[in-house]
Design a protein around this ligand. Structure first.
Ligand code: FES
Length: 79
């Protein structure tokens, strides 16, 4: 699978709310990381939807190299 551009080399913690949808930026071009702002238009990338199961802090991938989208899997350590 093609990976997006590196937006940052550390993951981003986000306090998510139960039942709410989040759209993770896969292309790396969004100005509102780690989420999609529509900047993927014209590319083959699409945002990845995540629905929170409970109120908690999740670590979203910002380097876009993760194999566990939309979350950090430690891939940024190899950059
Ligand atoms: Fe990156 Fe939408 S802006 S997937």
């Amino acid at each position: 699978m093609t990976k997006g551009e590196v937006a940052a080399k550390t993951p981003m913690p986000v306090g998510v709310e139960a039942g709410k949808d989040y759209f993770w930026c896969a292309c790396g071009k969004s100005k509102t990381q780690p989420f999609c702002d529509g900047s993927h238009k014209g590319t083959d990338f699409r945002p990845v939807r995540y629905t929170a199961e409970k109120d908690e802090t999740k670590w979203f991938c910002a380097c876009k190299q993760t194999n566990g989208q939309p979350f950090c899997d430690g891939s940024h350590k190899a950059l």
